[in-house]
Ligand binder design. Structure first.
Ligand code: AMP
Ligand code: GLY
Length: 467
């Protein structure tokens, strides 16, 4: 592996490859470019919009050998994997075998997300609080639960289903239909050949990420994600429609509980099973009257939580991740700004069933690509499923701003971008994000209207007392 040259007292300037093509990876790219230790960021497969941040390789993760070859040729020092799918397929293992430092667990560790059954059994072994559950392969095995509930029952496809494999079934009819769709009609293919049926937990939901380097870990500030599609928390679960960070009610006492009751027992159990984990760990928690219960583990940053959280990062994320990939932690290098952050996802009309493609975004892509170091813009835009309009060339300037004022982006999938507003308080952050998003609403794009609004924050504070 190439070792960056290092003068006396100088930070090594590294070249980082980010794997993925969503808003989360865009945000990772921005945060890495702002890191003093990072010289350059490249992306694969990436998107047109990522061209303003660095080189876009276009090689899919399903070609790990080709990526490893290019990593060598371009002297990449660190690979950061954004999404779960490559991790679940052993992408990180392939690169590590070739001596490439990677942020992201190997296939074994990725089972924490790739199999809900694995995660539940591991939690049982570790003594981590989670909803009571049963693993079901045939509807007949759930007859007694279907008859008695208690409802709502939560039904989860075992495998990866892009955040859509969880149904909160309100009554027997819905539960039966859901089990039929998953187990018999195989709506999620093999991912739904087993399901977890679990008890509904009442409480306040929050996301806490940890940076994990084998036996050491550091918890990041908490965030709140809005998973339901519609304003007012209605409609199906999605990958996430927006969120905010931090949670004012979550202080050192709450963090100490998450560490003692969830993180430490989890790391001890991974260690006992001989599973090395170097990467980001996502704890999806329900804080009930008794305290934190785990709803799910993810083996990567949340999307849009990453966009929201990384907008608050100060310090050197690149340095922290470089060390993490070697199995060491340097938590002191990472700080979070005091500002509140509110993130709103803008989706294409027709999301999630049939998002319209090719629709021009009502903005030039140009105005807010905050890449230059030292800047602390209070508005950040992170692009996901967008493309350059036909005939538009994305030109990058030194400051990471589009040169062409004609540069137009068009929709190319469901979630198009996340806009994050920062502010002294949530009201200011909220106002900033929504002011930027307003022309999208007028042009018929889809967004939730209630992310971090006053009413919601008040209710949240009333119900949550993490300490
Ligand atoms: P998961 O992917 O397992 O986090 O589930 C997706 C969403 O479904 C969660 O973010 C919760 O909003 C909800 N959910 C999952 N499990 C439960 C549960 N046991 N009780 C209540 N809500 C749940
Ligand atoms: N926003 C939730 C997730 O990324 O899983």
């Amino acid at each position: 592996m190439h070792t960056p040259s290092r003068g006396a007292g100088e930070v090594a300037r590294v070249h980082v490859l980010v794997v993925g093509s969503g808003g989360r990876e865009y945000a990772l790219g921005v945060a890495l470019l702002r890191s003093p230790s990072v010289r350059r960021v490249s992306f694969t497969p990436g998107t047109d919009a990522m061209g303003v941040l660095g080189d876009v390789w276009r090689i899919p993760w399903t070609e790990p050998e080709e990526i490893a070859e290019r990593v060598r040729a371009e002297r990449v020092d660190l690979v950061v994997v954004g999404p779960e799918e490559p991790l679940a397929h052993g992408f990180a293992d392939v690169l590590r075998t070739r001596g490439v430092p990677v942020v992201g667990p190997g296939r074994e560790g990725a089972r924490l997300e790739a199999s809900k059954v694995f995660a539940k059994e591991l939690m049982r072994e570790a003594g981590i609080s989670t909803a009571e559950f049963r693993v079901v392969e045939h509807i007949s095995e759930a007859e007694d639960l279907l008859a008695s509930g208690p409802y709502p029952l939560v039904i989860k496809a075992d495998g990866l289903a892009q955040g859509k494999g969880v149904v909160v079934a309100g009554d027997e009819k819905e539960a039966r239909a859901t089990l039929g769709e998953m187990l018999e009609a195989r709506r999620f293919g093999e991912a739904g050949s087993r399901v977890v049926v679990e008890r509904f937990l009442e409480g306040v939901e929050l996301t806490v990420h940890a940076l994990v380097a084998d036996n050491e870990a550091v918890l990041l500030p908490p965030a709140r994600d809005y998973k339901r599609l519609g304003t007012g928390d209605v409609g199906p679960n999605t990958g996430g429609m927006g969120g905010f960070s931090p949670l004012p009610e979550y202080g050192p006492a709450a963090e100490a509980r998450v560490r003692a009751e969830v993180l430490d027992p989890l790391l001890a159990t991974l260690d006992r099973r001989g599973i090395s984990y170097r990467g980001i760990l996502y704890l999806g928690l329900m804080w009930t009257a008794e305290g934190p219960h785990v709803l799910e583990f993810n083996v990567r940053f949340g999307d849009p939580e990453a966009q929201i959280l990384l907008s608050r990062v100060a310090g050197d994320l690149g340095a922290v991740l470089s060390k993490l990939a070697e199995g060491r932690l340097r938590p002191d290098a990472l700080r979070f700004r005091e500002e509140r952050a509110v993130g709103v996802v803008v989706a294409a009309p027709g999301y999630p069933e049939a998002p319209v493609r090719g629709l021009p975004l009502p903005y030039p892509a140009e105005p807010t690509l905050p890449v230059a170091r030292g800047e602390t813009p209070l508005l950040r835009v992170y692009y996901a499923n967008v493309r350059a309009a036909e005939g538009v060339d994305f030109t990058r300037t030194r400051r990471g701003v589009f040169r062409s004022h004609d540069a137009r982006l068009v929709s190319h999938g469901g979630r198009l971008l996340t806009v994050v507003g920062l502010g002294e308080d949530f009201e200011e952050a909220h106002r900033r994000a929504y002011a930027w998003a307003a022309p999208f609403r007028e042009a018929g794009f889809f967004l939730r209207e209630d992310i971090a609004d006053e009413e919601h924050l008040r209710r949240y504070a009333e119900r949550f007392s993490g300490g």
